[in-house]
Design a protein around this ligand. Structure first.
Ligand code: AMP
Length: 291
């Protein structure tokens, strides 16, 4: 019988440590890939790690619950934290380092800089969570400058976040770093994996299936020949509106880069949905394929 032994994983806490680590990897000809996370790692996060490791990249997973992207009334305090388990899970998925800085390391006393991205931050999550994307853009820019990876891997799960980060990387000339977007990883019944799924009661977990069902309804409308983006979004919205225990926030067809709503499905498009199930907000989306 053969047991695979995972390579040891370096746990890095400070900026000098992560920079020293990356310097050594580069000196040996390695390519560094950063997978930023807020921890509570699940198979969605780990798929990003596995696919990068399988390409032979030196994967660094960052684990940092970023206070700047939570509003005061949001779930920062109860956001799941399980660092020891995360380090092992990252290692088993093929990561060679975990960068887990303290809040003080990331935001030293007197910290006074915020990166605020207009354009794709405006609607949807940006409208409902007005400070969220500035928090995201600031931490992602800082992580890119702290780690200086060759590649950044994000999940399509957070499609608007991808659009905001892509814009920020172009605008700040961070675009020598390759941005790779991994498809959404789903549970067997279609629910997108999320650290927040663990907040759901069994009834809420059933109700949450309405989100992926709404995306399928929209794709059926497209398959039947619909090209009006408002009617495609309405097909998704109907499923959310009629699901018991689901309070929809939005269903919209948008341009993947600008996140502006589209009128007609005639090119690249993403259908984004968001809803509250009990107290938990869930997001989902689908890259739309015109027929
Ligand atoms: P988070 O810890 O929620 O900030 O997520 C860290 C990264 O993992 C982000 O780029 C997410 O988009 C990505 N991610 C989280 N869940 C999934 C999923 N189900 N499928 C693909 N990517 C995901």
């Amino acid at each position: 019988m053969h047991f695979a032994v995972a390579a040891p994983v370096a746990v890095l806490r400070s900026v000098p440590e992560v920079r020293g680590h990356v310097r050594e990897v580069r000196a040996q000809g390695g390519h560094v890939t950063l997978v930023p996370t807020m921890g509570a790692l699940h198979d969605g996060h780990l798929a990003l790690v596995r696919s990068s490791a399988a390409r032979g990249e030196h994967v660094i997973v960052s684990v940092f619950v970023n206070p700047a992207q939570f509003a005061p009334h949001e779930d920062l305090d109860r956001y799941p934290r399980q660092e020891a388990a995360d380090i092992l899970a990252a290692r088993d998925a093929g990561a060679l380092a975990v960068f887990a800085p303290t809040a003080g390391e990331v935001y030293p006393d007197g910290f006074a800089t915020t990166i605020s991205v207009d354009g794709p931050s405006r609607g949807f999550e940006g409208e409902l969570r007005p400070t969220h994307f500035a928090g995201v853009a600031t931490i992602v820019a800082k992580l890119l400058l702290m780690v200086q990876p060759d590649r950044l891997v994000l999940g399509q799960k957070d499609a608007q976040q991808v659009a905001v980060v892509r814009r920020m990387m172009r605008d700040l000339n961070l675009d020598d770093i390759d941005l790779l977007v991994h498809p959404i990883v789903r549970e067997d019944d279609g629910l997108a994996m999320s650290s927040r799924n663990r907040y759901l009661s069994p009834d809420e977990r059933d109700a949450a299936r309405a989100l992926p069902a709404s995306l399928r309804a929209a794709q059926r409308a497209i398959n039947a020949g619909e090209t009006d983006a408002l009617l495609i979004a309405a097909a998704a919205r109907r499923v959310l509106d009629t699901a018991v225990g689901v309070r929809p926030d939005y269903a919209a067809v948008v341009d993947p880069d600008t996140f502006s709503p589209l009128a007609v499905l005639d090119g690249p498009a993403v259908l984004c949905v968001a809803a509250r199930v009990g107290p938990t907000r869930l997001l989902d989306n689908a890259v739309l394929i015109p027929i």
